[in-house]
Design a protein around this ligand. Structure first.
Ligand code: GLC
Length: 798
């Protein structure tokens, strides 16, 4: 068993835990933090949410339709069902859970979340237990290892039980009508093997019946249990629960119904341990196609051999280590290093695979196009080939007229056209970024089906999206906001067909700048001229009609009235029309700086920036749902991490290094007081409550799944440390806190490694005096494309 971790990253710890010495693990030392602090164990297809006490659920590819482990009360404060390990002392009859929760008896406890795994170590009555949960690369399964040691001076007679609750197929239906859905279960128990599936599978509405669930779940272990049980009702009994399952009253697990409605996978081992003696078993819950392939039999056999688990464990560690290595930084700030080198990447990859869907908050959310494109953008420098594959998949979710689908699921379901109008433009941004990183221009000509029939190339899809947006103009000449843009719940500004978005105008302006080099390469000059004219028009309108003296208004409603304008009692300033004015470079420096100052003045808090201010307290039908959230919560005036992270980029683009880092630090999760914030200190949450939330200000919500992961990552590499992929090389423009005298970045680029060493002896915010590339001085700030496996670059600021 492993020793307790030391705290040497220098990153701050909380009352409930700390980072491990190398920063790769978060160690939770108290089983009762303010909320379940969870981890995602995934290989990109099988995904297990696993809290510090083993809580959570699991699914394959899509949490809505391919559920595996039951999703119970996993809402915010609750954490059951879980992957539970019960221990019964056969001499005294006492029962406890090695997870600690839910029975709560323990002498020692420590949980470690790492990349792809969670370890729980606990002891009680001198029985020490280590539970290891992980999801291997290359196999759709979750693997559990249970390791017990008798630390007492006498022989112990114990029963060990493992419990996994299954919910197969469409999770919403299973939860809505559990008894009815149970009638479709089909399960078999044979020695050391449980096989279960669901005979009917609904993917869309109640009325649409598809074929049987195409998957099945198997459970087996390396150490054959003396008893197995799959009948949930027989395990818990009536009026009993996870604290006191009825089956544990007896010497042996009961047989249960031969074809139970509600399924569990329970094992029982009765063991005797001499003093100091250990016992171990590995268990797998695997997903297989529901057919009789011989490879299934081979897989089951291999899952009964301990070597399989150890090999899978090693491969999984190697996968994550390589991911960590692809981009590494070293700055004077341990909190930033620990996030950037480990946890920001783990969070980013999780978002990249599953969008904003499966967490302890959302239940029915789908992977949405806007989010998927931003996550692909985030992943580009880390794993360009994965980002490219995902962008190719997303390319299937468009219509001929340039509309995009709201969702882009991973299981080949049809999707409908989105109400939100900005979606196709995020695809252009992500593709442009991918091209600068990889030079893979061939992707532009690859053809993919359209939702409404036929097919088109990636390039044609990009143009169709822009064409459509250029065509949708309102009374001021700005883009129509339709059913809404980035700010989802501001959904009624354009309900009457006339409302316009200033943010969208800035976004279109940026997208045209992004696609320009691509269109030049394609020699599409006539169309480019049309786009450029539209861009200039937008610049003029935004500057002449949307500048409010100190900031840019956010939108115009159907009746022509501005949203987010000075003098308004509520919602007088919205963050994104300021931030994206800077990112798009749509105005002069003095206005861009002025609106950035206004953001800090009106929206700044110790935790980051609120989305707008003052928060709305009265429902305004002409703006939408945003105005009826509780004031200070969610988009209505919460400190919104995603929007704050955009603003870090804006600050850096203005050369304001001190300001950019000041905001960066405020957004970092471990800089927040856990007793107020509640959320995990190792990953970003979507928001924490803003000043209008009164005494609840600072309380976090919607953990893990947020575009913040992508933007905080790129804000640091591309805009603060300032190494950006361009068409012909890496542009170097550091914008830092003057206190940063020395910092490093190591990243891959076009198949080679670049080791950057930054020196800032005079303590400037920005400006490069000299660049030395492989020992030779370089003219300018563009590092050319690689010519050898490793390039060393010294950047002297000043
Ligand atoms: C959530 C959504 C994202 C949206 C944002 C603001 O983060 O995932 O798509 O842009 O909220 O509404």
């Amino acid at each position: 068993m492993r020793r307790t971790g030391r705290k040497t990253t220098g990153s701050r710890s909380s009352r409930y835990g700390h980072f491990s010495a190398d920063g790769a693990e978060y160690v939770i030392t108290n089983p009762y933090p303010p909320r379940p602090w969870i981890n995602y164990l995934t290989n990109g297809d099988y995904c297990a949410l696993c809290s510090h006490v083993g809580g959570g659920y699991a699914f394959y590819k899509d949490h809505r339709f391919h559920s595996v482990l039951a999703r119970g009360e996993h809402q915010r404060t609750s954490d059951l069902p879980a992957r539970l390990v019960y221990i019964k002392d056969e001499d005294t009859g006492e029962i406890w859970t090695a997870n600690v929760h839910p029975i709560g008896k323990f002498t020692t406890f420590e949980a470690r979340h790492g990349a792809g795994y969670t370890l729980i170590q606990s002891s009680y009555r001198s029985v020490a237990v280590q539970l290891r949960f992980f999801v291997p690369q290359g196999m759709d399964a979750e693997m559990w290892s249970v390791d017990l040691c008798n630390r007492s001076r006498s022989e112990r007679r114990l029963s060990v039980y493992t419990l996994a609750e299954l919910a197969l197929g469409n999770v919403a239906l299973v939860q809505h009508e559990p008894f009815y859905q149970g009638l479709f279960h089909e399960a078999r128990l044979s020695r050391n093997l449980l096989t279960a599936t669901h005979k009917f599978h609904f993917t869309e509405g109640w009325s649409e019946i598809c074929d049987p669930w195409p998957l099945r779940v198997i459970a087996t272990s390396t150490c054959p249990p003396q008893r197995m049980l799959m009948d949930r009702a027989a395990f818990f009994g009536a009026f009993r629960g996870h604290h006191n399952p009825a089956a544990l009253d007896e010497e042996w697990l009961p047989r249960g119904a031969p074809t139970p409605r509600d399924l569990v996978a329970v094992n029982q081992w009765r063991i005797r341990l001499a003093p100091g003696e250990s016992w171990q078993t590995h268990i797998a819950l695997a997903v297989q196609a529901n057919n009789d392939s011989t490879s299934h039999v081979a897989q089951i056999k291999s899952l009964r051999r301990p070597a399989t688990y150890e090999r899978a464990w090693k491969n999984t560690r190697v996968f994550w280590q390589e991911l960590f290595d692809s981009v590494q930084i070293e700055t004077p700030e341990p909190d930033i290093n620990v996030m950037m080198n480990h946890w920001n990447k783990i969070q980013l990859i999780t978002n990249f695979y599953f969008g904003r869907a499966p967490s302890y908050y959302h239940k029915s959310q789908m992977p949405a196009m806007r989010d998927c494109c931003q996550d692909a953008f985030g992943v580009v420098p880390l794993r360009p080939e994965l980002a490219g594959a995902n962008l190719r998949r997303i390319a299937r979710f468009f219509f001929a007229d340039g509309q995009a689908c709201a969702g882009c699921n991973r299981i080949d379901l049809r999707e409908k056209a989105a109400i939100k109008v900005d979606l196709p433009l995020w695809f252009v941004l992500a593709i442009a970024d991918y091209l600068r990183e990889t030079g893979d221009m061939g992707i532009l000509d690859e053809r993919f089906p359209l939702m409404d029939g036929g097919e088109s190339s990636v390039y044609e899809k990009m143009l169709a999206g822009i064409d459509r947006m250029i065509g949708l103009r309102g009374p001021h000449g700005l883009p129509l906001i339709g059913g809404g843009d980035w700010n989802d719940p501001a959904n009624r500004i354009g309900a009457g067909g006339k409302g316009e978005s200033v943010w969208l105008a800035e976004f279109v302006y940026l997208v045209i700048a992004e696609i320009e080099p691509i269109m030049r390469a394609k020699k599409d000059l006539d169309k480019l001229a049309v786009y450029r004219r539209r861009a200039e028009e937008l610049r003029k309108i935004v500057n002449e009609q949307c500048w409010d003296g100190q900031w840019f208004v956010r939108a115009f409603r159907d009746d022509g009235q501005p949203v987010g304008a000075r003098g308004q009692e509520e919602g007088s300033i919205w963050i994104n029309s300021q931030t994206w004015a800077v990112i798009a470079d749509i105005s002069d420096q003095s206005r861009l700086n002025a609106c950035t100052d206004a953001v800090e003045r009106h929206l700044g808090t110790p935790y980051g920036l609120t989305n707008l201010g003052p928060a709305y307290t009265r429902y305004d039908r002409s703006i939408g749902r945003i105005t009826c959230f509780r004031a200070g919560w969610k988009e209505n005036g919460a400190v919104f991490s995603h929007a704050s992270s955009f603003n870090v980029v804006a600050r850096a683009m203005l050369g304001r290094g001190r300001d950019a880092l000041d905001l960066y630090r405020r957004i970092l999760p471990m800089t927040k007081d856990s007793t107020r914030y509640f959320m995990e200190p190792y990953v970003y949450a979507q928001f924490c409550a803003g000043p209008a939330a009164g005494h609840e200000m600072g309380q976090g919500a919607y953990h893990w799944l947020t575009g913040t992961a992508a933007w905080m990552f790129r804000a640091m590499t591309d805009y603060i440390i300032g190494v950006r992929a361009e068409w012909n090389g890496l542009r170097v423009r550091p914008v830092v806190d003057p206190a940063w005298k020395h910092f490093k970045l190591s990243r891959q680029f076009r198949g080679s490694r670049y080791e950057f060493n930054f020196l800032n002896p005079r303590g400037v915010e920005t400006g490069v005096r000299q660049i030395i590339l492989d020992g030779e001085p370089l003219e300018g700030d563009l590092i050319p494309l690689p010519t050898q496996p490793v390039h060393r670059v010294t950047v002297k600021m000043g």
